[in-house]
Design a protein around this ligand. Sequence first.
Ligand code: ATP
Length: 326
Amino acid sequence: MGKIKRIGVLTSGGDAPGMNAAIRAVVRTAIYNDLEVIGIRQGYQGLIKGFFKPLKSHSVSEIIQRGGTILKTARCEEFRTEAGRKKAHDNLKKQGINGVVVIGGDGTFRGARIFNEEYEIPFVGVPGTIDNDVFGTDSTIGYDTALNTAIQAIDKIRDTASAHNRLFFIEVMGAEAGFIAIRSGIACGAEAILIPELKDQLKSLKKQLEEGNRRKKSSNIIIVAEGDEEGGAAQIANKVKDDFKDYSVRVTVLGHIQRGGSPSAFDRVTASRMGHAAVEALLDDQKSVMVGLKNNEIVHVPFRKAVKTHKEVNWELLKLVNILSI
Ligand code: ATP
C-alpha cells in the first residue's frame, strides 16, 4: 500500500451531537499532516452515489459547537450488498482516496469491517451515537450530551410531579440498551428504571411502587428505555395505573430532543481527541479498527471485536438506583 495522501470522512447511522467536532478534528489533523480531505455526504449512500466534496480548514470553521452533522447522515441498504460496496470502492479509487474515517455506531463499523475484508483501502472508525452501546469505548460521542438533555427535561417533570402527586413514566432513548436510562435515572433520583437488558421487570416495579405508596411518596419518576420489553412508557403506564389510584399517572416521551443540541464540553473534547486519533491511526497504517476511550486514554479496538462483543451496562449503577430510592 502506498503512502496515505488523501482521506475521506463520513458520518453514518443516527446523528449525534459532537459528530461535527469529530469531523473538524479529522479535517484539521489531516491538513496538519499535509493530507487532503474529501467530505463524503450522507454516509455510505454518498460513497456509492459519489457525493464527494473537498474540505479545507475553513470548511469546518465554527462547527465545533453545532449539533447534527454538516456531512449529513443516512442509512444505506445498498452498502449491505457486494455490488454496493464495489461501487463504493470504485468511487474511492476514482477520487484517489486512500483512507476513510467513518463516524457512526456499531452498524457503521459492521459495514466498514466487511468492506475491509474485501478491499485494501483502510477504514478507521470513530464511535458516534447517543446510545453508548459500542463495545471497546467507555463513551461514544453524543452520549454525554444526550444524557444532559434528558436530565434537564426530567428535572422539570419532577417539579410538576411533586406538585400534583403524580406518577410519571418518562421514556428515554435506547432501543437496545439502557445506558441513557440508568445514568439519567441516577442523576435525577428516579424511583425505578426499566431497561431492555432485563426481563420481567413489571412485578418488581409494582412492588417498589407499593412500597413508595406506603411511605406516602409525593411523586414517582420511572425512567423507561424505549426498547424495554413491555414496549415503552405508555404500555407500562397502562399496566400499572389501575393499581395506583392515589396517583395520577402521566407519560412523557422525550424522543428526539435527546439527539439534538450543542454538544457538551465532554463530547467536544472526546470528539476532538478521537477524530485526531483516527487520522493518526491511518497514518500508522492501521485498518479495520475503531478508536475508543478507556479510562480517559485513547485505545484502538479491531472492528471485529467492537461489533461482536456486547457492551454490558454497569449493573452496580442499577443496584444503586434501588438503594438510593428507598
Ligand atoms: P446508530 O447506533 O446511531 O443506529 P449505526 O451505525 O449502528 O448507528 P446502522 O443504521 O445500524 O446505524 O448502520 C449504518 C449503516 O451501516 C447502514 O445503513 C448500512 O449502510 C451499514 N451497515 C450496517 N450493517 C451492515 C452490514 N452487516 N453489512 C454492510 N453494511 C452494514
